[in-house]
Design a protein around this ligand. Structure first.
Ligand code: ADP
Ligand code: F6P
Length: 324
């Protein structure tokens, strides 16, 4: 009984993602329902090191499930990367009675959670990133909303691209992962999808396909380009010169990280938040919550971080087939 987690700290870390608020709400309300205290740690590990810690009750998380961003704010923190910073953070947790912590973020944030677990703070990670680049989970909080936001923006670009009979290059987020680009490429019916995991830099092939498409009577040509490939603006200039077709580049940027979460992000984030607290209540630590094979599961942090993830080959194949 004395080993039971009594006080949970919850923080968001790394890039924010729509649905993080739903996860925070679930952590708070599940924790309270089990008789635990719940504390919000502001601004990720940076706020932890500055003792920016607030008590959370059920009302603190009212009216947030529909809101993008994170009510706890988020940050990146160099000091926490050092062993001294990690020890200081663990000491602060002890000082505030925090014996369990839920970290909502990506791989970097989970590495930090693993360090806290090694220092005696029961730690659980929840995947929160629009990039979907967490290997142990086929779902990450915010991806669905980000794809829908980008898809709607690209539909609008398609309208004007068609009116002007242009080529449009639309750059979507994904630091080094092509998941948002792949999904938008299919959802928006793009003519080309440039993925960092696949693109070989053969711009001439792209130019030839744009020229061929125009010859076949295409009135526009949409290229969805992933941030990891980048260079959309200079690419557009080169394409315009080489094809003689007016070409514009649009970088969607941070609009993809904001906005009201979709139902999927609200519900999955809620489930993951509740499960993280259940794991702590069961005395588990150093675990990540994930979604695989149609169900939620948990895995050791180090095992999860060691997993590899590749773009689904069949999805890539279908995306290519449908674009022609
Ligand atoms: P994400 O969690 O989205 O991958 P980052 O890689 O920026 O985002 O990591 C978020 C924060 O997690 C970093 O600013 C740092 O404080 C912490 N972090 C990242 N890597 C480590 C590590 N190896 N050890 C301890 N803390 C880390
Ligand atoms: O990891 C999420 C993400 O939005 C990436 O897609 C992007 O490369 C990065 O964060 C941008 O980070 P920042 O908000 O610091 O510019």
């Amino acid at each position: 009984m004395s080993d039971k987690v009594k006080t949970i700290g919850v923080l968001t870390s790394g890039g924010d993602a729509p649905g993080m608020n739903a996860a925070i709400r679930a952590v708070v309300r599940t924790g309270l329902s089990k008789g635990m205290k719940v504390k919000g740690i502001m601004r990720g590990y940076a706020g932890l090191l500055k003792e920016e810690i607030v008590d959370l009750d059920s009302r603190s998380v009212a009216d947030i499930i529909q809101r993008g961003g994170t009510i706890l704010y988020t940050a990146r923190c160099m000091e926490f990367m050092t062993p001294e910073g990690q020890q200081k953070a663990a000491d602060i947790c002890h000082k505030h009675g925090i014996d369990g912590i839920v970290v909502i973020g990506g791989d970097g944030s989970f590495r930090g959670a693993g360090k806290l677990a090694n220092l005696g703070i029961n730690a659980i990670g929840i995947p929160g990133t629009i990039d979907l680049d967490v290997a142990c989970s086929d779902y990450t909080i915010g991806f669905d909303t980000a794809v829908n936001t980008a898809m709607q923006a690209i539909d609008k670009i398609r309208d004007t691209s068609t009116s002007h009979e242009r080529c449009s290059i639309i750059e979507v987020m994904g630091r080094s992962a092509g998941y948002i680009a792949l999904w938008c490429g299919i959802a928006n019916g793009a003519e080309n999808i440039l993925l960092p995991e696949k693109y070989d830099g053969n711009e001439q092939e792209l130019i030839n396909e744009i020229i061929e498409g125009r010859k076949r009577g295409k009135t526009h040509h949409l290229v969805v380009n992933a941030e990891g490939v980048g260079h959309s603006t200079s690419m557009a200039k080169r394409i315009e010169v080489a094809t003689g077709i007016e070409t514009r580049a649009t970088i969607l940027g941070h609009m993809q990280r904001g906005g009201s979460p979709t139902a999927i992000d609200r519900v999955y984030a809620s489930m993951m938040g509740a499960m993280a607290v259940d794991l702590l209540d069961e005395g588990k630590s150093k675990r990540l919550v994930g979604w695989r094979d149609g169900k939620f599961y948990d895995v050791d942090i180090n095992e999860g971080l060691a997993m590899q993830k590749t773009l689904p080959p069949y999805q890539v194949e279908v995306a290519k087939l449908l674009s022609h």
